[in-house]
Design a protein around this ligand. Sequence first.
Ligand code: IVH
Length: 672
Amino acid sequence: MGTLTPDARARWEHLCRTLEGHNYRYYVLDDPDITDGKYDLLWRELAALETAHAELCSPDSPTQRVGAKPSSGFAEVAHSHPMLSLANALDEAEMRAFDRRVSERLGHESVEYVAEPKLDGLAVSLRYEQGRLIQAATRGDGHRGEDITANIRTISSVPLRLRGDDIPATLVVRGEVYMPLAGFQTLNAAQQARGEKPFANPRNAAAGSLRQLDPKISAERPLTVCFYGVGALSAEKDIQQHSELLAQLQAWGLRVSPEYAVLQGVDACLQYFRVMAARRAGLGYDIDGVVYKLNQLQEQALLGAVSRAPRWAIAHKFPAEEALTRVSAIEIQVGRTGALTPVARLMPVTVGGVTVTNATLHNAEEISRKDVRVGDTVVVRRAGDVIPEVVRVLMEQRPADTHAFEFPSICPVCASAVTRVEGEVVARCSGGLYCPAQRVQAIRHFASRRAMDVEGLGEKRVEQLVQQGLVHKVSDLYGLSLESLVKLERMGDKSAENLLLALEQSKHTSFACFLFALGIRDVGEATARALASHFGTLERLQGADEEALQAVADVGPVVAKQIVLFFSQAHNREVVSALLAAGVVWPDEHPVDEEFPLAGKNFVITGSLSSLSRQQAKERLQALGARVSGSVSSKTDYLVCGEKAGSKHTKAEALSIPILDESAFLTFLQNI
Ligand code: IVH
């Protein structure tokens, strides 16, 4: 390693600044002034300098966007200022009504608005301190989100450091992460080439990419960001208008929509909306409406917010999009729980810029109510990220020789009887894991990212393994050998080795992921997590009866029954034993014993505490084995209540739940 000369440091500084400048021009201004080749040379020089002088490498160097290691889950982040949602206007009349309310409240004839496209992505909140990006979080429930800092750092249009001299001490900036359509198409083509399921739309792709635990994977995803507001901004700057704020954000290097406009009065807003609707298909990214905000920040403050949304802004949504096409077939898909879903195969048609070839027909009742038949011309609708659906049939265009669709009474995959529980609309195949379709789905679920996370086990691959008889039940995955895998079609030595490696790695899991992976009916991720932390060990969980299970905050009588049923079946117990025998392990959850005196106790924390943050209070309680949840229910044992508590306090009182104020809480902790 060379000695670090002042020259080398100066060169390093210079390279960092230069590359940041080029990033800004390229990603934020969309106006590069250097070729890719030259950019690469500068980048490599910087990387080489940092390799030679390890002390130079700083987390906000342009080389360090993908530095972080994959994490095992996302930590929770409390938003210092809540992330609000928006009220919607679905037509012109609702927009006018909004404008009337605003004008009346402000006592103005005509109001000044800023219009911005409503980007169809995911809301994020980024915290910059002294100009450095220190934390990024998802919206979550508006109060708490997930810490996605490592993933956000990989997005090139996100500056790791703000630009300019007048940088605020604190800036919490809000924006939308989304995937432009071109990137989305490339990503989906690659997914399919790997035999993995394509994403339904850019929004899902963006969400899936941001939630990748491995930032290396998010780095490969073509995400970008636009900022549209602030949660907090330290008061050095005197900003009076939303439009000034957007200009200031852009100057700090934070990308804002190039489409924003300052408009006077509601008619100008409606005109902007029509123009955007016409330009929508050619924008290169999905938008689902236009957002209008009062331009004067003082007026915003005057109007304030109602529970979840500000009174000073509204989203005027585009109507759901529809198109006409023909039904070429009606097929039945069998899901993981045996549910039969009829799907209409369609002549390809573009709806809102996306090609649609399938649409759900939901269930037997829907199909007969709408009387959808093969050969029919139908109206297909696609709204946001919802799966396209068949809205209705154009009866006047029905050909002469069609037949009403007959819902099968035996499973089209395994020929087992189809059953329907009284009062439920869903028809199910009764074949259970005898049914190859259910088996494929159960195995896919087992291997999925939030379950055992076996990379490279897409739908096609699993189907192949099941069809070839290599895998009957999930535990068979761990008995696969190189010899048997390489005999499969489209499976080279390298892929087979990778799959075995991924399987091996997946054995180190968490109790919660393992439980979720088992695919017990009604046990989703959150319930699996709650069960894992409540019972601590598999033995305890397996030994619990319905009553003991219902002591868990998320578990009611129906779920408790499903869990008991699952573990009472011999074939399930065998699979569980086989998985453990294959080496599936997880670190201990907080076991329920004397070391954890608050085990099994449910706490809710509300209001603001002065001597510690809510997060710290939560961690203290969790370390003692308690469970801390967000809402008060009859299962809550204690409410910890700081200043300015609201409805949770009232509810706890109504349910006679013990309430600890801050000093009582501190004494309580001391006495444990
Ligand atoms: S402003 C308090 N501006 O829409 C104001 N939101 O329906 C909060 N969104 O959660 C949001 N583009 O994810 C705002 N230009 C824009 C937006 C936008 C998209 C999303 C955002 C928000 C949701 C509310």
